[in-house]
Design a protein. Structure first.
Lengths: 143, 193
């Protein structure tokens, strides 16, 4: 089978030019923009993953810090009802509790009332006999 | 006789065989195939480069499924944004809790620290806290200083308290002579949380 030479050559030239144009268009426009887009989105996701990991570490440190507070752990044994201590203490027991309360970073005081009962104002000699009315309500962390 | 017109059939149409045509067509497609092949190799090379640069992302997205990678990455971006929002709220709740905790006891820490400083410098001065009250919006402390003259540095305490509280106030409520020159000064510390 023979074909018209002129039309065949024109056809081949058209195929050659259009295929080159298509290949260049595919490479320079479609493929490059796909890669650029992928790079940009991957970078964005990578930043988010790093940020999330950083936040996760921060939260773990805060949780660890919160859980490592021994005073907070021991406090429930003094509770008379939920989160409330309402009773009288002797001086030494009170001082231990009060010191712990002030130094604890995780014990939130919601309500506090302390009244020292002693022979006032001559307090110094008889301070060991002091009796302290103590009302404390502590707060809870709500995540 | 002239030998000018040897081609006696001038209107003959030049022809090409189908085999030759196909060979020429194949040759014409070589640049296209080359560019497409180069494009494929280049994209694989770039994808590998991205995968090496961001390994954490490619733990989630498979390199083999690269055609769907943009969609997967987009949904992961949304997913991570939500996760970050959630974790940020949790962190904020911890910080708020720590700040509230500090606010609930800072006035006592400042006051006791001041007492400690004064009594360590001056043996003849003693302090006694009689009453402390704190509720959701106010604090109140009544305390006494036993000394010959007031040693309490009210301005320093106020300055320290103003770091956290808006309107701290501390004032001398009454003075009582106990014996000789030894006096008892009653102070009130109060303010809003």
């Amino acid at each position: 089978m023979n074909l018209n030479r002129r039309f065949s050559i024109i056809f081949i030239i058209i195929i050659l030019i259009t295929s080159i144009f298509f290949a260049l268009y595919y490479f320079l426009i479609i493929q490059r923009s796909f890669i650029e887009h992928l790079d940009k989105e991957t970078k964005q996701l990578n930043e988010l993953i790093l940020l999330y990991e950083q936040k996760e570490n921060e939260l773990n440190l805060l949780k660890k810090d919160f859980q490592s507070d021994t005073f907070r752990k021991e406090l429930p044994k003094y509770f008379d009802s939920k989160n409330i201590i309402n009773r009288s203490f002797e001086k030494s027991e009170f001082l231990g509790l009060f010191k712990g309360l002030l130094n604890s970073r995780t014990t939130l005081i919601e309500q506090l009332e302390i009244r020292v009962n002693t022979k006032f104002p001559f307090v110094f000699d008889r301070l060991e006999e002091a009796n302290i009315d103590f009302y404390l309500k502590v707060g809870d962390l709500i995540e | 006789m002239k030998l000018e017109k040897l081609n006696l059939y001038t209107k003959k149409i030049p022809k090409i065989s189908l085999q030759k045509f196909l060979v020429y067509l194949a040759i014409a497609l070589i640049p296209f195939i080359s560019i497409m092949f180069y494009s494929f190799v280049w994209s694989q090379w770039k994808i590998n480069e991205i995968a090496i640069k961001y390994p954490k992302v490619f733990n989630i997205v498979s390199v083999n499924d690269i055609k769907n990678a943009p969609q997967i990455i987009k949904s992961e971006i949304v997913n991570y944004n939500n996760k970050i929002l959630g974790i940020t709220k949790k962190i904020e709740s911890y910080h708020d809790y720590y700040n509230e905790t500090l606010r609930s006891k800072y006035f006592l820490q400042v006051l006791l620290n001041e007492f400690n400083n004064i009594t360590s410098e001056n043996n003849n001065t003693e302090f006694f806290i009689d009453f402390i009250q704190l509720n959701s919006n106010k604090y109140f402390v009544r305390f006494y200083e036993f000394s010959e003259s007031p040693q309490l540095k009210i301005e320093d305490i106020i300055k320290n308290l103003k770091v956290i509280y808006k309107d701290p106030s501390i004032y001398l409520n009454s003075t009582k002579t106990l014996f000789g020159t030894f006096k008892m000064f009653e102070y009130i510390l109060e303010g809003s949380l």
